[in-house]
Design a protein around this ligand. Structure first.
Ligand SMILES: *Cc1c(COP(=O)(O)O)cnc(C)c1O
Length: 392
């Protein structure tokens, strides 16, 4: 027998989770548009319901197309188990409501995704959960808060939209000293660029809506980690009902087959564009972890294999300049999402942090002159030419 060799991520993105025997030998995972799954008799039905034989019962609980998607992400993240959700925010909220109970304490950072931040500030406190949000890159302050005791340390790196980077291995060590569970949002990096579980994080989650799907045509979320934790989160989802739709699972699966091609192109183009922007007189500052001038460049180099497809930059003229600049771009959707094959640009005020007031954005260090630029798979020279003509 051939020795078991761990396939590389590009191979996993194509083959993981795919089963040829599913339906008449279909080479593609079929879309199981079926709410329920029938059995010939009660004994077989019971055996499937009790997990004594493989099988699905009801699509809010499990579905074969959805399971294939979970399996693909699970293998890419190097996890024991995975469960999926109707959106990234469903993944985040179901995870937090599974792990936390009244009286618990959560430590996180000020720069989390806008929706996550609302969960921290508006929803968790209603359940008597204490939330402490630290300065995102102040590792000592985070360690000090964690040392006071907490149930969950919630991290997101690189952050949205200013691309701050946190040392996952260091913060996970601090959290484990007090028995906390470490959760990391890996949406920006993707498992191609960063595998948080390998760095000591307990649970890794994604908005699959972004780079995993990659085509901006399906919402989805996923959580990966040890079977015991994932089972509890999955059970929470079964009851709260935020299940991923099989058609969305199919679109995400199809998108993921080109994940490694897209990410390597986007890593390369984003670095080129960040370097170009850094030389432009109209630009105050460029935020990209791949630039040696980035304050956490060393941490990024240590824990990431590539620096990702999102960057942001600040225009000297503030929000007025942003408003004039954006419509001049020929090759960018002005839209709220990111991580697609097309380039997407927008100000945080209308995208990642639309849920926040101007004062909150200011407190979070998000300048009103900022543009988030999610690099697509177009030729980088065309994107640079497009930015050039928009600056003129
Ligand atoms: C978009 C996003 C989310 C939320 O995902 P949805 O699929 O829109 O619910 C969470 N985290 C990050 C980093 C995101 O970019």
């Amino acid at each position: 027998m051939a020795t078991q060799r761990q396939p590389r991520p590009g191979t996993l993105a194509v083959w993981a989770g795919e089963k040829k025997d599913a339906w008449w030998g279909a080479t593609q995972v079929p879309v199981a548009h079926s709410v329920a799954f029938g059995y010939a008799n009660v004994d077989e039905w019971l055996a499937a319901a009790r997990g004594r034989r493989p099988g699905h019962i009801y699509s809010r609980n499990t579905n074969p197309t959805v399971a294939a998607f979970e399996n693909k992400v699970r293998q890419l993240e190097g996890a024991e188990a995975a469960t999926s959700f109707a959106s990234g925010m469903a993944a985040i909220s179901n995870t937090l409501f599974t792990l936390l109970a009244p009286g618990d304490r959560l430590v996180s950072v000020k720069d989390s995704y806008g929706g996550t931040n609302r969960l921290f500030l508006d929803f968790l406190p209603r359940y008597q959960i204490e939330v402490r949000l630290c300065d995102t890159t102040d590792h000592r302050a985070i360690e000090a808060e964690v040392a006071k005791g907490c149930r969950v340390l919630y991290l997101e790196t690189p952050t949205n939209p200013t691309l701050k980077v946190m040392d996952l291995a260091r913060l996970a060590r601090a959290a484990h000293k007090v028995g906390a569970t470490v959760v990391a949002d890996n949406t920006f990096a993707t498992p191609l660029n960063q595998t948080p579980l390998a760095l000591g994080v307990d649970l890794v989650l994604h908005s699959a809506t972004k780079f995993l799907g990659g085509h901006a045509d399906a919402l989805g979320g996923v959580v990966c980690g040890p079977a015991k934790l994932v089972r509890a989160i999955h059970h929470h989802r079964e009851i709260t009902g935020a299940a991923l739709d099989p058609m969305a699972a199919y679109l995400l699966l199809r998108g993921m087959k080109t994940l490694h091609l897209r990410i390597s192109q986007q890593n390369e183009s984003a670095l080129q564009i960040a370097r170009f922007l850094a030389t432009q007189p109209q630009v105050n500052q460029v935020f990209y972890p791949g630039l040696p001038s980035h304050p956490q460049h060393d941490i990024a180099r240590r824990q990431m294999r590539g620096f990702g497809g999102v960057l942001s930059f600040m225009l000297k003229g503030g929000f007025k300049a942003v408003r004039a600049f954006l419509p001049r771009l020929q090759y960018a959707h002005l839209a709220a999402n990111l991580g697609a094959v097309e380039t997407i640009a927008g100000p945080p005020a209308t995208s990642s942090h639309v849920e926040c007031t101007p004062a909150e954005r200011k407190a979070m260090g998000i300048p009103e002159g900022l543009i988030r630029y999610s690099v697509g798979i177009e030729d980088a020279e065309d994107l640079i030419a497009d930015l050039k003509q928009a600056f003129k």
